[in-house]
Design a protein. Sequence first.
Length: 95
Amino acid sequence: MSINIITPCTRKELLAQSMTRITQDQWDLVANWFVVYDKDREDTFSPIRTQLSECVRHKIIELDFRGPGISGNPQRNYALDILDRRSDRSGFVYF
């Protein structure tokens, strides 16, 4: 079983704290973690991957999105479109 996580993000510092609390056993279940930054709210984001261990960095896919919408729905749809085009798109999707 594998999980693809999609997270719209405007407050990166909170997401980084959550990611560092995930155990290695839990990371083993994650196929991809899509972090979609809301570029309408903040124009610059530094990569989250640099704050994580080397063995999980390849699972983090950071994307920029700019467009209208509320509650992160456009960001989720954007990541779903990208996941649909990937060759490794197996597993469940978790928002």
